[in-house]
Design a protein around this ligand. Structure first.
Ligand code: PRP
Length: 217
């Protein structure tokens, strides 16, 4: 797998608004939706192909173009911060099948000595994943990578071997990128920004705070 950045300038513009501490709940949520939409376009541009198809306009027959693979997309929503992000992705992939996983960090004991958090996975509902599928696992924050590792284990444990497995985030910290890349070499990482570091509480710095709280509170 590889790690790449979402390059569209509007994505960086949206992310910068999300980072601002004064961006309140409604704007934060809408910003995550717009960012998800842009990331979806970027995924289509970067890894999907088009084919020419004959179409009929009201006047004549002509050649049109269609993105192939739009019917073979699975989007996995990692509750809860990913929900508005996924809403945006669905604008780019309206026919995607969806999976939902509730996975969250137990922050009561802090990070352990490996720089990980214990993760509780409370709910998992995934569609069947077929070999032709592109699977996009969306979570705006990739911090220690503990959550994403737990999520990816659930996806790969069921024997899924999709055509592409993409982890999509808005901000990612180096430790999380390294953890996911080491444990899941088949994964392609895509993020809008790679931030500097994690603080002692496992928050991404500069980051955008707690995305779940900011979108839902
Ligand atoms: C946040 C975030 C990611 C996770 C990233 O979720 O949305 O899921 O932490 O951290 P990690 O890479 O160190 O695992 P949180 O556990 O706060 O749950 P929430 O989305 O329900 O607020």
């Amino acid at each position: 797998g590889d790690a790449s950045l979402v390059t569209h300038a509007l994505a960086r513009d949206e992310l910068s608004r999300l980072r601002e501490k004064d961006t309140e709940q409604v704007e934060f949520r809408k910003g995550l939706v717009r960012l998800g939409h842009l990331c979806g376009y970027e995924i289509i541009d970067g890894r999907m192909e088009t084919e020419y198809v004959e179409i009929e306009t009201p006047l004549t027959t002509t050649m049109g173009e269609r993105v192939t693979g739009l019917d073979d997309v699975v989007i996995v929503n990692v509750l809860r911060a990913a929900t508005p992000f996924v809403e945006g992705l669905l604008k780019a992939f309206p026919r995607a099948r969806q999976g939902v996983i509730s996975a969250s960090r137990d922050e009561s004991t802090g990070m352990n000595e490996d720089g990980q958090f214990p993760i509780s996975v409370d709910y998992v509902k995934l569609p069947d994943i077929e070999p032709d599928d592109t699977v996009i696992v969306a979570d705006p924050m990739l911090a220690t990578g503990s959550t994403m590792s737990a999520v990816l284990e659930h996806i790969t444990d069921q024997g899924a071997d999709p055509d592409g497995l993409i982890v999509l985030s808005a901000v990612a910290a180096p430790p999380g990128i390294v953890r996911v890349a080491d444990s899941f070499p088949e994964v392609d990482l895509l993020t809008v920004a790679i931030d500097d570091e994690l603080n002692e509480e496992g928050f991404i710095v500069p980051g955008l705070g707690d995305a779940g709280d900011r979108a839902f509170r």
